[in-house]
Design a protein around this ligand. Structure first.
Ligand SMILES: Cc1ncc(C[n+]2csc(CCOP(=O)(O)OP(=O)(O)O)c2C)c(N)n1
Ligand code: SF4
Ligand SMILES: [Mg+2]
Length: 287
């Protein structure tokens, strides 16, 4: 790791095709700043991305990366981290990717508590496929797949995480660059699985959950007397449907990551001393 890394070192040479004004720009900038400011560099960072507008992020960032299958980014991220715990693993995706098709993986990644971060660009809609309702869409949100509203209450991802045994639960607003960056840094530095759900507005298909809406609605818990180490207090805030809280809502100070509990260490791809030449040819093929 090098200390003179700047966040721009995490930018790839690919020009984002996101719509002008998309919240994902701010989300990604904060992720890159947080990685640089926590002493990481592109050579020790692995970004696993889901499928969606949000999932394109692995192409726009300069690091090791895998743009995989819809809803399956988390198990890949877990596998990467367990194969090489020396890597900084960040998984990123959308609300559909993480809380709909990937909901089962989300629960189990949370409870496994591997030391990695998960940044979800929650625009409360399916952006890439042009505006269908997502699991976090409001009950009365009218889309092509819900012409009279979804008739379902939205998934509360923070509550789902807490109920699944999460050790770090946070929420940010992509437009508030400084706070978003600070919170992602805390997720990276947390010993265990760090969830950051980011209000990351879709300016093309969601005219309800807009920048103006979030700017008026959000309350930063760091400006209240909330104690993130108090799980009961966190549960109360997270299940209070009337307020859009941002900041670190819950942190388990005693969290021990899975790999530490299981004694998993070392890079599996390293060729051990004395290994038979022929047997390691296969490993070399994947270098
Ligand atoms: C297995 C599978 N099912 C469905 C799709 C179609 N699909 C692509 S992205 C997407 C939803 C994306 O929504 P979200 O995860 O919220 O990302 P966003 O585009 O909003 O960032 C869907 C349903 C797919 N690519 N693969
Ligand atoms: S469709 Fe929405 S989520 Fe996708 S790039 Fe455009 S603004 Fe962003
Ligand atoms: Mg979405």
């Amino acid at each position: 790791m090098s200390s003179d890394i700047r966040f721009t070192d995490f930018k790839s040479d690919k020009q984002p095709t996101w719509c002008p004004g998309c919240g994902d720009f701010g989300t990604m900038n904060g992720m890159m700043k947080a990685l640089a400011e926590t002493g990481n560099d592109p050579d020790n960072t692995f970004v696993v991305a889901g499928i969606g507008c949000s999932g394109k992020i692995g192409t726009y960032m300069h690091s090791y990366a895998l743009h995989g299958v819809h809803g399956r980014a988390l198990p890949v991220g877990v596998g990467v981290k367990l194969a090489n715990p020396d890597l900084e693993v960040m998984v990123a995706g959308g609300d559909g990717d993480g809380y709909s098709i990937g909901a089962g993986h989300f629960i189990h990644a949370v409870r496994r508590n591997v030391d990695m971060s998960y940044v979800v660009m929650d625009n409360r809609i399916y952006g890439l496929t042009k505006g269908q309702a997502s699991p976090t869409s409001r009950e009365d949100f009218e889309t092509s797949t819900s012409p009279e509203g979804t008739h379902m209450s939205p998934v509360n991802p923070l509550a789902l995480a807490l109920a699944s045994g999460a050790s770090f639960v946070a929420q940010t607003f992509s437009s508030d660059s400084q706070r978003h960056t600070e919170v992602v840094k805390e997720a990276i530095e947390h010993d265990g699985f760090g969830l950051v759900n980011v209000y990351s507005p879709c300016v093309t298909f969601n005219d309800v959950d807009t920048y103006d809406y979030f700017r008026d609605a959000i309350v930063d818990v760091s400006e209240t007397d909330h104690d993130p180490n108090n799980k009961d207090a966190a549960r109360d805030l997270i299940t209070d449907g009337s307020t859009e809280y941002v900041g670190v809502l819950y942190r388990d100070e005693d969290s021990v990551p899975y790999e530490q509990r299981e004694g998993i260490e070392g890079n599996m791809a390293e060729i051990p001393d004395g290994a038979p030449e022929g047997a390691m040819d296969l490993v070399r093929e994947f270098y």
